[in-house]
Design a protein around this ligand. Structure first.
Ligand SMILES: NC(=O)c1ccc[n+]([C@@H]2O[C@H](COP(=O)([O-])OP(=O)(O)OC[C@H]3O[C@@H](n4cnc5c(N)ncnc54)[C@H](O)[C@@H]3O)[C@@H](O)[C@H]2O)c1
Ligand SMILES: [Fe+2]
Length: 387
């Protein structure tokens, strides 16, 4: 019999890791000074017993807690502004961001915006605009992931779609980092296989892109390669048997590791995926998974040597081709479509998407620069299945 690992982490924030640790939620909220937390989640999760149990735990501990659940997948600005209204009118003094990346991101941005007087878009992650935020206006956040992919629980940003431009924008502030994270793998066992696959492959995309991003950050590189090894060993297990708590736990680690590593940078997988998700509302991780091999091939010259070392570390032949073959096989085993057609994306909006991709904030991390022309070629390859 295998056991689920359990430990305390303090990098990059305090992570309480292990099965059953959701029992510490009320104490965690009190520890960061909350007396009236607002649980921010999505409508599906709001109806699940685990969310009701979390609310009961908070109110049972004497906290004046409530739930706000009007968050859609790929959250939009109106979700954030509605949540802010609820937060302010209920006089909440902290946020429990509870769910997948969508609820975590929206919850974090709501807590961040609580005391700001400027519009949210003033804090987009471009240059140092975030320094204009009032740090005293940021409420404490406790993050509780229920998927294992985005790693938003250990990140300082929230991805929100601007409805007017159909663009995914990154809202950033160092103090948007949750003060305490509860990583309880038992909360992820209900994910159906396709969400397990999509979110797990998002974690893989974060690790691969961080590892391949140019720049010196050996700590991020080390975290990324071990994250990739965990995905290789445990994602197929979590996909096959959602109740395999050890595999679920290891995937939660891989997710947090991916987001820790991508402080080094992301790349074209995300730069192509963001416009696709913003225009077609496709699942973020699944979309990344579709683009992954096409971008690896596009970057091949710049990353070949690094990928050989990575391949050896994760137990493959030390060659780019062996790594690419593994990615292709893993996608296939997890039911990921090989082309954009499988995401119901056609060429109709390629002009717009090719304009947007090189301007995405993640594009700069790609080891080979991407342009409007090369983005278009990548979109066309991903539609035709041309590697
Ligand atoms: N902040 C970051 O650094 C960062 C990084 C990557 C992605 N993102 C963003 O995160 C979002 C994607 O997040 P996600 O992939 O976690 O998906 P998600 O939060 O959109 O959730 C996907 C679906 O899974 C359901 N779900 C969540 N937990 C479940 C559980 N335990 N059991 C059953 N169903 C469950 C949700 O209700 C939803 O229907 C995107 O908006 C993406 O842009 C943010
Ligand atoms: Fe991602």
């Amino acid at each position: 019999m295998t056991t689920s690992p359990r430990s305390n982490w303090n990098y990059p924030t305090a992570v309480r890791f292990g099965a059953g640790r959701i029992a510490e939620l009320a104490e965690a909220c009190k520890a960061v000074g909350m007396s009236a937390p607002l649980i921010v989640t999505d409508p599906f999760l709001a109806a699940q017993p685990m969310t009701k149990a979390a609310l009961d735990q908070l109110t049972g501990a004497g906290l004046r807690a409530a739930i706000f659940s009007e968050i859609k997948p790929n959250p939009v600005e109106t979700n954030v502004y509605k949540g802010l209204e609820v937060l302010r009118s209920g006089q909440h003094d902290g946020v429990v961001a509870f769910g997948g990346g969508s609820a975590l991101d929206a919850g974090k941005v709501i807590a961040f915006m609580a005391g700001q007087t400027q519009p949210m878009w003033d804090f987009e992650d471009i240059g140092d605009w975030w320094t204009r935020a009032d740090p005293k206006g940021i409420l404490p956040i406790v993050a509780v992931p229920t998927t294992a992919g985005t790693g938003s629980e250990v990140g300082r940003a929230g991805v929100i779609t601007q409805e007017a431009t159909h663009t995914k924008k990154v809202i950033f502030h160092p103090l948007m980092m949750p003060k305490i994270v509860i990583c309880d793998p038992e909360l992820t066992v209900g994910m159906p296989p396709h969400i397990t696959a999509g979110t797990g492959l998002d974690a893989l995309a974060h690790c691969i892109e961080a590892y391949c991003a140019p720049g010196y950050h050996p700590m991020a590189d080390g975290i990324a390669v071990e994250g990739i090894r965990l995905v290789k060993q445990y994602l197929p297990r979590a996909y096959k048997d959602g109740r395999d708590i050890e595999a679920r736990a290891q995937m939660m680690s891989a997710a947090a590791m991916g987001a820790t590593a991508f402080q080094k940078g992301l790349g074209a997988i995300h730069a192509l995926s963001h416009p696709t998700g913003a225009l077609y509302d496709t699942h973020h991780g699944l979309t990344n998974a579709v683009f992954m091999p096409y971008v690896l091939v596009y970057n091949r010259k710049a990353i070949e040597e690094r990928i050989e070392r990575l391949a050896a570390y994760i137990g493959l032949q030390p060659s780019f081709q062996a790594f690419l073959d593994w990615v292709l096989q893993l996608r296939k085993d997890l039911g990921v479509p090989h082309t954009l057609e499988g995401l119901k994306v056609d060429a109709a909006r390629f002009d717009e998407m090719s304009e947007m991709a090189p301007n995405d904030p993640t594009a700069g991390g790609n080891p080979v620069p991407i342009t409007k022309e090369s983005s278009r070629k990548l979109f066309e390859d991903a539609l035709a299945g041309r590697l």
